[in-house]
Write a protein that binds this ligand. Sequence first.
Ligand SMILES: [Zn+2]
Length: 300
Amino acid sequence: MAKLMITHSQLVHPQIIDCHCHAGKGDRMTAPWNTIAPLKSYLRRARAAGINKTIVIPAFHSNYDEANAELGRIVARNPNRLIGFAFVHAKRDAGRIFDMVGRALKNWGCRGIKVHGFDAMPSREVCEAARKFRLPMLVDVVSRPEVVDMLAPQYPDVNFIIPHLGSFTDDWKAHQQVIYQIARYPNVHADTSAVRQFDYLVQAIRRAGPRKLLFGSDGPWTHPGLELHKIRLLGLPPDQRAMVLGGNVLRLLRRAPRGAEVTEITSSGQNTRYETLVSEGVAPGSRDNLPLIPESEYHL
Ligand SMILES: [Zn+2]
């Protein structure tokens, strides 16, 4: 496969992609994250901070089909800036995960899966759907990183992103363990959202390398500019910073199917574009994945 050149302007002005933000209404109304995730201020702040695109996921909801549909409508209003990930509940939606994800891809253009440990940890059914559709999976392990040691080796061709370096609640032992996991498993990555103890981000880069850490904000409840500044403070060389800011997540999104391909997978279980990528040596779990690929390659 031809080597893709990284241009000077890509290094100086890298694509900045926030890989973790919420959007839409929840229906429980007992906490902000299950009530509403309003994007208006977020989008203004993100633009001011220089963030080009944002991956959005629904708020907690008792019906994720409904929440994914609302998310799809939000993304459709701002398709140049937003990319949707479909939320599924591994227990409550058991038996219909593949259909739900297929619907979210077909109807709403989703490009990944979100699972939250507060609902239920990912089941084989969820991982099989991610594998079949070649989607990255954002899994909040709620300070229980031991589940990553179960998931990652069982599904080496599924790319997992562990938000908050394993813990939204500053559990340093979870951070430590996730740092080892992203270093050990080629298919495990972490996002930087809401990580307060800065030196764990430094350690993540030192141990696992810049290809395993993804910039995320966990907006709209955090300020995306403030979260982005943490990446700048890491003081990485331009090529490494570009990976963390957006290159890595673009690489993971590259395998997600679109349009007719989604229909092909839902009906036949095959993904020919993925097979082509494998034959070109750009397979999930490969350490040889290209660090930076021009945005035009990804059709975002
Ligand atoms: Zn979140």
